[in-house]
Design a protein around this ligand. Structure first.
Ligand code: NAG
Ligand code: NAG
Ligand code: NAG
Length: 413
């Protein structure tokens, strides 16, 4: 009995050990298999200060931010990169996808772009091939432009070296940039290229009036872009809509100082794509050199069309050229001015455009004799020259215009 019991106990212990070993083996296998599935639930969060970043305004934190990006982009589910309060200096940040999950950059503090230009290949922060991107928060992307603007020779030299743009979205589908401030970019503040379904909302962009090429937001080869409730004051275009832009909504934007909201320049490079379905609505332009502008080179290299452009409820405050279509655009004499324009401009509506201009010419339609502007509608265009030494006038060359409810002198009769 004692013996049998002993054997029975040994057998029982053996079975127990085997069962444990099996359970253990299975468990570790399960763990491996389940890890990615678990992450697709809650996702992950990466605070750059926990990865070695120091927010003292001096120490280079590039490595910590890039580590946060690699972890966030490599994880499934909702992944967040947290930039907490503080001033974090970095060199170029290449946020390259595709990512496994959806990445949010939570910008509570400030990123400062290093002024050591030898560190940069092209841009400061470039997000490339990323879907479902969010950049949000009350923090600032400070380009620290004042330290390098003197190295910009683009006004004198056609083949100038381009300084780093602050935030480039390249091939981003479904993105949101909200709440943040972009300050003193070295070159453009934002540049979108090959993007689709991107919204920019409640963003502030600021640089001095005399800072070189500090465009607010430029876009090209992009579709379904919305810019909403945003304030932009810089030394160059507030918003510029380049070739290949389609389905663009700009609503509730305040611009100034700067060069206004532009379509173009068009026709500078070969095989540019058309621009169409552009709506600019409920915007205010304050002391800008242009209000709403369409600009194209007269010596364009290949045919291109800008069509279905609608400007509605726009208030001008002391704007030099409130409404301007310029098919003979040629800055710094970099082009021959006597080409045959290949850029057609058609179906353009200006509706309820009011306020004041700082020069007598409130409306300038400088269209090409070879390719006149067609389908231009002006409804309730009432912009008056603010000075007392001259009267309000329009210059209308080669434009087919229908006008209703406009100031008599602006109707291009
Ligand atoms: C732009 O606005 C128009 C009219 O309000 C709307 O039909 C269109 O979907 C909007 N596009 C985007 C990209 O938001
Ligand atoms: C014209 O635009 C202004 C904003 O610039 C707006 O306040 C006003 O209501 C608009 N008028 C009409 C008739 O839509
Ligand atoms: C009024 O303005 C136009 C256009 O800028 C200019 O050609 C003209 O000389 C000005 N007239 C006076 C009296 O200043």
């Amino acid at each position: 009995m004692a013996l049998r019991n002993h054997i029975a106990t040994r057998v029982f212990v053996f079975l127990l050990l085997t069962a444990c070993a099996n359970a253990h083996g299975k468990k570790s296998e399960e763990k491996k298999e389940c890890a990615p599935a678990a992450a697709s639930g809650p996702g992950g969060s990466f605070d750059i200060t926990k990865l070695g970043a120091t927010g003292n305004g001096r120490t280079d934190s590039t490595k910590a931010v890039m580590e946060a990006w690699k972890s966030a982009c490599g994880g499934a589910g909702k992944q967040t990169i947290v930039i907490p309060k503080g001033d974090f200096v970095t060199g170029p940040l290449d946020f390259i996808g595709p990512c496994k999950g959806d990445v949010t950059v939570q910008l509570d503090g400030n990123l400062l772009g290093s002024n050591d230009l030898s560190k940069y290949k092209a841009n400061w922060i470039e997000v490339r091939k990323v879907d479902n991107l969010v950049i949000t928060g009350k923090g600032t992307l400070d380009g620290q432009g004042p330290g390098v603007w003197s190295k910009n020779s683009c006004a004198k030299n056609y083949n100038c070296k381009i300084l780093p743009n602050t935030l480039v979205l390249n091939s981003v589908n479904n993105g949101l940039v909200s709440g943040i401030t972009l300050l003193n970019a070295k070159f453009f503040h934002m540049n979108m290229f090959r993007c689709k379904d991107v919204t920019i909302q409640g963003v502030t962009i600021t640089a001095p009036e005399d800072s070189p090429n500090t465009d607010g937001i430029h876009m090209g080869d992009s579709s379904k872009i919305s810019i909403v409730g945003t304030t932009i004051g810089t030394g160059d275009d507030c918003i510029s809509i380049g070739p290949g832009s389609e389905g663009i909504n700009i609503t509730g934007v305040t611009c100034g100082p700067g060069h206004g909201i532009s379509v173009g320049s068009l026709g500078r490079y070969k095989d540019e794509k058309d621009v169409k379905d552009i709506t600019v609505k409920d915007c205010v332009l304050k002391k800008t050199t242009n209000g709403i502008r369409i600009k194209s080179y007269e010596d364009a290299l290949s045919p291109i069309t800008a069509s279905k452009l609608t400007y509605e409820n726009i208030k001008m405050e002391d704007v030099a050229n409130p409404i301007i279509i310029d098919q003979k655009y040629c800055p710094n004499k970099i082009c021959t001015s006597k080409g045959n324009s290949k850029v057609s401009v058609k179906d353009v509506t200006f509706k309820n455009i009011t306020g004041t201009s700082s020069t007598p010419e409130a409306v300038s339609l400088l269209c090409s004799d070879k390719l006149p502007c067609s389908g231009v509608q002006m409804n309730d265009v009432k912009v008056e020259y603010g000075g007392s030494d001259n009267k309000t006038m329009a210059v209308c060359n080669n434009a087919k215009v229908t006008a209703t409810g406009c100031l008599k002198e602006l109707a291009c009769l």
